[in-house]
Design a protein around this ligand. Structure first.
Ligand code: BGC
Length: 458
């Protein structure tokens, strides 16, 4: 069968799979981006107290942390596809529930429910895409997830802009159910991950799936590679075993380090608070919102550059090392601008915009997508689901904590908080230099054997 599939059919089947596979990222991004704008109207409409306001934002992050950690073991048992399918259904229901919420409590609850799905997407989509993709373009394909995330954020900003004059927050939240329904329909046509199928002894099905994406002669070699790795690791490891094995512990540390650094360099303070930063430097409200939408479009553009020219050519490790320096530079200059707060508007405003532009470019060329790509590829198959879940959990928990502490630190004045982020950026670069291995162009099985031999940072 596989041999008779024409190349054209093969190509369009793969494009469709990759598109639907990455659609979860769009939902993830839309939710990150929509809430700040929607809150302006939810607050007076539902009479939110400051605590409730914080909960409307953070309940999604909290749900995401739980979704990310819960979906890993579940997906190792039931398959990647079913878990994403379930998450899409939960997300759609949650989005409709949030849009119809009669009061604050219901809204907080439904945001939590949506969070469960968002966390699941964040952990499962990179795994699914990297398990289907051929090695030479795996970076680009699993990086599609990041493109979808930044597109989701941009779409959210545009929806904010369009619906703000009407104060239509219910529509802002409810619109997220549309791509969820598309994803739900799309997923029914998608295959299960071939690597997961082999692990479950369903080799014929795995062969058929790979045949849809590769030339026939490559399928046999790939199946053999997967089987060989499987033979070395008879059983699926749970968390306790994982923590007892020093080699696996080291890998988990790599994943968790990548996930936590990606957040504590300060990206989401920029996403959530760019308008606040701009207004406190003298911009008017609408100018700040428009500048923010511009930053969203810039991020999408740079993410495309990362996918086309960076991740599968330059690799993963070097962009992580140097991208961090771009972020450090922008945070230092932003901090100095805040310190010399005497200059309101004018020069300070322009310098702040330049810093935000540089920060977003540096993040999107490096830690943004590459972190998720690497999480999908550095863990051995037998622990991939669990370890990915733990790492994404740490990513969401760090996101939650940074979101919680940043406004307090910012209100404390000076710009000291930006210097803290700059210092963390230096640590992130050192972490990439000393701990992160290069995985470009290797098959998942080669990466696994190499990391098993301790050739980490080579
Ligand atoms: C991060 C998000 C962030 C987004 C920005 C993602 O990779 O996980 O926390 O908001 O990138 O583009």
């Amino acid at each position: 069968m596989a041999g008779t599939t024409s190349v054209a059919t093969q190509r369009s089947a793969s494009k469709l799979t990759y598109f639907f596979g990455a659609l979860g990222g769009l939902l993830f991004g839309y939710d990150l981006g929509i809430v700040a704008g929607a809150l302006l109207f939810i607050k007076p409409d539902l009479g939110l107290s400051p605590v409730q306001e914080g909960l409307v934002v953070s309940s999604l992050l909290f749900g995401a942390a739980i979704g990310a950690i819960g979906c890993g073991p579940l997906s190792d048992r039931t398959g990647r596809r079913w878990v994403v399918l379930l998450a899409a259904a939960i997300f759609g229901a949650g989005a409709i529930g949030a849009a119809l919420s009669p009061g604050a409590d219901a809204l907080i609850f439904f945001r939590f429910v949506m969070g469960l799905a968002v966390g699941t997407f964040s952990a499962m989509v990179p795994v699914y895409l990297s398990e289907i993709a051929p090695p030479e373009i795996r970076g680009r394909l699993s990086g599609l997830n990041q493109l979808m995330i930044s597109t989701g954020i941009l779409v959210a900003y545009l929806v904010n802009l369009a619906l703000s004059p009407y104060g239509a927050w219910r529509l802002m939240l409810g619109l997220a159910s549309a791509p969820a329904i598309v994803l739900l329909v799309g997923l029914t046509f998608l295959p299960e991950s071939p690597r997961w199928l082999v692990k479950r002894g369903r080799e014929d099905e795995a062969r058929a799936v790979l045949g849809r994406y590769r030339e026939a002669e490559r399928v046999d070699t790939e199946i053999e590679d997967i089987k060989q790795v499987n033979r070395q690791e008879e059983e699926q490891l749970g968390l306790r075993r994982l923590l007892r094995d020093p080699r696996l512990r080291r890998l988990l540390l790599l994943g968790v380090g990548l996930a936590v650094f990606q957040q504590i360099v300060g990206i989401n303070t920029i996403i959530y608070y760019a308008p606040t930063i701009l207004t406190s430097l003298g911009y008017g409200n609408s100018a700040a919102i428009i500048a923010n939408a511009g930053l969203g479009a810039w991020t999408v553009f740079i993410t495309i550059i990362m996918l086309l020219f960076v991740v599968d050519r330059i690799g993963r490790r070097r962009p992580l090392i140097f991208g961090a320096w771009g972020m450090v530079l922008s945070m230092v200059v932003l901090g100095i601008t805040f310190f010399s707060a005497g200059i309101q508007g004018g020069a300070a405003g322009w310098i702040a915009i330049a810093c935000l532009v540089l920060f977003k470019a540096s993040f999107s060329l490096s830690w943004g997508g590459i972190m998720w790509i690497m999480l999908g590829e550095v863990f051995p198959l037998r622990i991939r689901g669990t370890a990915m879940g733990i790492s994404s959990f740490c990513n969401w928990a760090a996101n939650f904590l940074v979101g919680l502490t940043f406004p307090i630190l910012l209100a404390a004045g000076t710009g000291a908080v930006f210097f803290v982020f700059a210092a963390i950026g230096v640590l992130a670069s050192l972490f990439a230099f000393f701990v992160v291995p290069e995985t470009k162009g290797r098959s998942l099985e080669q990466i696994e054997s190499r990391l098993a031999l301790g050739k980490g940072s080579a």
